[in-house]
Ligand binder design. Structure first.
Ligand SMILES: CC(C)(COP(=O)(O)OP(=O)(O)OC[C@H]1O[C@@H](n2cnc3c(N)ncnc32)[C@H](O)[C@@H]1OP(=O)(O)O)[C@@H](O)C(=O)NCCC(=O)NCCS
Length: 219
């Protein structure tokens, strides 16, 4: 699913369940020692995916720690991103000589909870969402906007090392196209509205397939 959104330089691993042979490094174990089972499973499997993806780049398995703002700490020379939601986990990694940064996100394909759209959409994005819904009513565009902004944040943070609010990014989302297999895929562009921002524009891809929305930004 995700690999079709990303260039060949980015290695991807994704899974729809939690493999029983996934293991953590001691420092990763320490980071989730007090977590509930659901959180343990998503953390373990996403890191398992990350190491599978790194192996596809010829990189050895290493611990992927967690920084002070929950960002994954990739080894030197590697950029990457991880995501997990009920029924899906994935990681995407690349060598930093090939790709300066990336962000991925996955969400169940369904409506956002009531009230959430008001907190994540800018006023100028609302007419776009209405037009998209009229053009392609089978897509939950509110959820897609949310996921696309989460991908923006995951690509943004390792470069900017600071917060980016939902209102500080405006997205222009394409209606996309329906493929023969029933999946729907398209692109989106991003403008950042933050003073002194080290990144002002980004571009991403999105896909709706198998009950999930997945989004990906490559810087
Ligand atoms: C951090 C955040 C993006 C995570 O998204 P989510 O949908 O809750 O969860 P996902 O499962 O898709 O992703 C979680 C993973 O994101 C990664 N992540 C978390 N914080 C991150 C950061 N600051 N930078 C980069 N990646 C980060 C981690 O790998 C995390 O998994 P882990 O804790 O198991 O390592 C979200 O919780 C958040 O804080 N959003 C607010 C900021 C934002 O999105 N702004 C919008 C800008 S337009």
């Amino acid at each position: 699913m995700l690999s079709s959104l990303l260039p060949a330089e980015v290695a991807v691993a994704e899974t729809f369940d939690d493999p029983s042979d996934a293991v953590l490094f001691p420092e990763e174990e320490a980071a989730i020692a007090r977590a509930v089972e659901k959180r343990r499973r998503e953390y373990i499997t996403a890191r398992h995916c990350a190491r599978l993806a790194m192996a596809r780049l010829g990189l050895p398995p290493v611990a992927i720690g967690t920084g002070g703002n929950r960002e994954p700490l990739w080894p030197a020379g590697v950029v990457g991103s991880m995501t997990h939601c009920d029924g899906y986990r994935a990681a995407a990694v690349a060598r930093s000589v090939d790709v300066p940064g990336l962000g991925i996100d996955a969400e169940p394909h369904g409506a956002l909870p009531t009230g959430v759209l008001d907190t994540i959409a800018r006023p100028d994005e609302v007419p776009m969402l209405e037009a998209l819904a009229a053009a392609r009513p089978q897509v939950w565009w509110d959820r897609l906007l949310f996921s696309a902004k989460e991908s923006v944040y995951k690509a943004w943070y390792p470069v900017a090392e600071r917060w980016l609010g939902f209102e500080e990014a405006s997205l222009d989302v394409e209606p996309g196209e329906v493929r023969d297999d029933g999946s729907i895929t398209g692109g989106y562009t991003v403008r950042i509205h933050q003073s002194g921002a080290p990144l002002t524009r980004m571009a991403g891809r999105w896909m709706v397939e198998s009950g999930f929305v997945v989004t990906a930004i490559v810087l």
